[in-house]
Design a protein around this ligand. Sequence first.
Ligand SMILES: [Zn+2]
Length: 580
Amino acid sequence: MNAYTFRIPQPEARRIEVDLQIEPRGAETLDVRLPVWTPGSYLVREHQRHVDGLRAQGDGRDLPVEKVDKQTWRVRPQGARTVRVSYRLHCFELTVRTNHVDGTHAFLNPSASAAFVVGRENEACSVRVQLPPEWRAWVALPFEDGAWKAQDYDELADSPFECGPLSSHSAHTFTAQGVEHELVVWGRGDFDALRVLPDLAKIVDGEAAVFGGLPYGERYLFILHLNDKGRGGLEHRRSCALVVPRFSFVQKSAYEDFLLLVAHEFFHLWNVKRIRPDALGPFDYTQENYTKLLWVAEGITDYYADVALRRAGLVTEEEFLTAAARSFQNLQNTPGRLVQSAEESSFDSWIKYYRQDENSINSQVSYYDKGAILGLLLDLQIRQRSHGSKSLDDVMRYLYTSFFKQNRNYTPADFQKTCELMAGSSLEEFFAKYVRGKDELDYNLALAAAGLRLETGATTTEGGKPVQKVFFGAELEQNEDRLMVGRVYAGSPAYEQGLNTGDQIVALNNMRVTADFFNARLAERKPGDLINLTIFRFDDLSTLLIKLGGRTEGTYKIVALPTQTELQKQIYRAWLGTRA
Ligand SMILES: [Zn+2]
């Protein structure tokens, strides 16, 4: 048994103290290590940079400790019967994958706070917490004899702790699928339990229906943090951590974003926590864990978040299709879609997705965004080829029963084969072009299965010629009285004619500019017109003459085909109709 104690004697200091009791069992040395990353968030974060004062004691005396690499401390027990390793941890990063402690709460991710003994990851763990008066703890682990119990380190690492007084939290429960679900909320805002709890239950019911029930028999914990800006979630096997802006529960689009986040994290219960891509579990906590499958693990989970809200009746068919069209348009406006494939994006998450910069839009595609679209296209392809008898649901169920239940992870080839099994024919071309390759997606081929097609919103003249709208190609940011250039899209007039991210635009045609002024003047121009920009690049003043471009597209829209077959109507209803 690896016995941990988390102590929070002074929460305002944003610090906790961690003790780990180990039985040396005759070992010459014990290597104690903290993970460099938190599963579910694919970036090496080097959590150990927040550790200080690590020391070891055996039978009451100090033992030698040597740091052997950035993440490992080597302890020499010198014959002691028990060893106690203790350290301090600075906790001031409010994200779902790190630790945050202040006077109102403590949110602790064991993957970022609980060091383990190398070679004993499979042994059971217990955690005691010593909290300030009036504080309590919420965690999805079983509680016995004054401690929370995890069957191994993986389970502990997967179980975040939320601690604090009820004066800064609200705790709620609801029953879905016959199981108690608990929601603990930290932070002030416009959270409304009467609105939220029934909608959470609908999401739980809808997603459980795909797999014929929940994968756990008792208690699930939602930890929800309300804050001033961030939005994020992290999935666990029996809980999830969510952070959203404080005022997310009244205004329609903000509330929908919250529900989508919940639906995404909850679907991960199956897709990634149980249906596991090749490299994701058991985890290597010391380095990157490479997989080409994040477009399935994250992207298809994102697709199912949209589907879950539709099936639960929380969005209308029109809203679902409008959101899909918007996601197609966002992808088409991302030059990086032609540079990086969905598999490459997944694999390089560790160095690219989580480290975005001004060039990301031009060199990357998001495995979330493209993966969700691939999920939609695959779902419709499978429905069409199987004449409406199979769908992506069958793919997920098969992966659950034939891989997770058989204690196997799946590979890219397994995923393709499963899709082909449900489609009843080869999908090699689809996977070669759109998953491993960077070809433009064929939205209309897929949409036709449900009697739909995509309109790109091009307006035409009476003679049927598309009307060109003026195109510049740079995002501008008004930074107090400075107009700064944000992202510049590869291939756009701004990009090709020398404008850079970080340039400050001081004048347009020798007139001082603000963002509003710039956009208003641009709207008066035609494709082919010249504009003269005066810019500061670092400290140097210069001018750029830019010839504006044109593009024909407007707002994307998914519309019904003029006539539809019975099969198209049937597929549409099965896909987007609510379930009674
Ligand atoms: Zn996710």
